[in-house]
Write a protein that binds this ligand. Structure first.
Ligand SMILES: *Cc1c(COP(=O)(O)O)cnc(C)c1O
Length: 481
């Protein structure tokens, strides 16, 4: 055994958000168990079991101007999980996962982009998916077991997962996507990989795909037979690595003495924003974030009113953010509940009434997050404006961030009040992924990068199924035996 007692004690473990929010005590589980389980048995999302302090590490990162993203990621991995990974293993996982880095792109005096789309599928989801895949592969190899990853996708998640898990040993991937409801390029990304990646084209909606996956996970016989596991965006193994680029970006800006800026995060399921807040809870000295949504605005509305009203999602130009009931809202609540308890130990929220505790969460969340929602009309305007000003294209999701960021900077009760002069907007996808929308708004051709271009020439290989349990299980049998 490589673990020693102090490593086990220092390793970060995980508890369900539902457990924490109810004030119940349970034994936390290890990172690896949380990764393979995905969702907690009580339906909650996994969250770190204790306060983690990485501020000494962060100071060291600032003093080393040559440190690369991969090196930083390896250090943090080892610091978070000393019982799970040796230094060498942490480095191997990060080198495998991150064959790309975040990059800065200057737009104008107010706006800089943190480009997170230099990975294989051209979206920020590559950071989470590749890290998860590298962690799983490392552990399965050691245990000599096989698993099947089952994922429903409306486009972006599936392509990141397909790329990340392609040719990973001991892992098969089955993707379910709704027929005729993903873009032609996305469909090629899902169906053109081959090898251990299987695509099921479901004659139904994305909701049908999700239902089939959910039913499969509730079926113990299937779970055992295929070793079913999920690579869902709520998996803690996808969330943790997203915190790394916040630390990296902050360190790089700090090295250039930049400090009058604030992160702005285009959000749908709020995983990306949660990852930034986790980094902050680990000691990254950040006061605020701007939470940018499209017209699916349940979180900005909550920040304004204190009332959370999830709704059915509706379609916008920034479709990867079309979420009316973000699953990470529970993690946000947990995070700010714990923050309130840390700051005010006398305020025992465990025994406080439901209403007081909800109010406390809202108060703390509102102090840290500034919400803005952006309409389709404004998304188009912002894409045009950025193009005319800087001759660069931004995807519709990034445009939501740019527009929200500008508004937040110029608002009296946020930007002016806290003296922010600039915002660093997380650029979540390569513009070419959404070339139809951009070409329509800007009247200019968008060039596909080579790693997308080559998918256009790939053969589509998928299996059509009806949106029924029988049809789905038959196809699993055919594909996997
Ligand atoms: C998934 C996605 C988002 C939303 O990220 P969340 O973590 O769900 O908030 C934004 N932009 C793009 C391009 C995405 O693929």
């Amino acid at each position: 055994m490589r673990e020693n007692v102090s490593n086990i004690k220092n390793s970060t473990r995980f508890i369900s958000t539902k457990t924490i929010l109810k004030g119940i005590q349970t034994a936390p589980i290890s990172f690896i168990d949380a990764v393979f389980q995905g969702l907690a048995p009580d339906g909650g999302l996994y969250y770190p079991h204790r306060y983690i302090d990485l501020s000494e590490h962060i100071k060291r990162f600032v003093s080393d101007v040559n440190m690369s993203f991969v090196e930083m990621a390896s250090h943090i991995t080892r610091a978070l999980f000393p019982a799970e990974f040796s230094e060498e293993q942490a480095a191997t996982i990060c080198e495998k996962a991150f064959q790309f880095s975040p990059a800065f792109h200057y737009i104008d005096e107010e706006i800089s982009l943190l480009e997170l789309f230099h990975g294989q599928s051209c979206a920020f989801k590559d950071f989470g998916a590749s890290y998860l895949a590298a962690v799983m592969e490392e552990r399965l190899e050691e245990q000599d077991t096989r698993i099947t990853i089952l994922t429903a996708t409306s486009g972006d998640t599936g392509s990141a997962v397909a790329q990340a898990f392609h040719n990973k040993k001991n892992i098969e991937v089955v993707l379910l996507y709704p027929s005729n409801k993903v873009s032609p390029l996305q469909e090629k990304q899902l169906t053109g990989m081959g090898d251990n990646i299987y695509a099921l084209e479901v004659e139904g909606t994305f909701d049908d795909c999700q239902r089939l996956v959910k039913e499969a996970f509730q079926n113990e016989v299937l779970c055992k037979k295929y070793g079913l596991s999920s690579a869902n965006s709520i998996n803690i193994g996808r969330l943790i690595p997203q915190s790394f680029y916040y630390i990296y970006a902050w360190v790089k800006l700090q090295q250039h003495n930049e400090n009058d800026w604030v992160f702005c995060v285009p959000s749908g399921n709020y995983g990306n924003l949660t990852a930034g807040l986790l980094a902050r809870s680990w000691g990254l000295p950040i006061k605020h974030f701007i939470a940018a949504s499209n017209e699916n605005d349940s979180v900005p509305k909550y920040l304004r009113t204190g009332i959370y009203t999830p709704h059915d999602s509706f379609a916008t130009l920034a479709n990867a953010m079309d979420v009316g009931n973000p699953s990470n809202f529970e993690r946000l609540e947990t995070l700010f509940l714990l923050e309130s308890q840390k700051q005010n130990t006398k305020n025992d929220t465990g025994t406080a009434s439901y209403k007081t505790y909800k109010n406390t969460i809202h108060t703390y969340m509102k102090q840290c997050l500034y919400g803005e929602s952006v309409s389709d009309v404004d998304i188009r305007e912002e894409m045009k404006r950025v193009y005319h000003m800087s001759h660069s294209f931004v995807c519709p999701h990034t445009a939501v961030g740019v527009c929200a960021g500008r508004r937040a900077l110029n608002s009296a009760d946020f930007g002016k009040k806290h003296n922010y002069k600039k915002t660093v907007v997380l650029s979540t996808a390569h513009p070419a992924k959404f070339f139809e929308i951009i070409e329509d708004a800007c009247g200019e051709k968008v060039k596909l990068p080579e790693r997308l271009e080559h998918f256009l020439h790939k053969e589509k290989t998928s299996t059509k199924i009806y949106p029924t349990r029988e049809s789905f299980q038959e196809s699993l049998q055919d594909l996997l035996g």
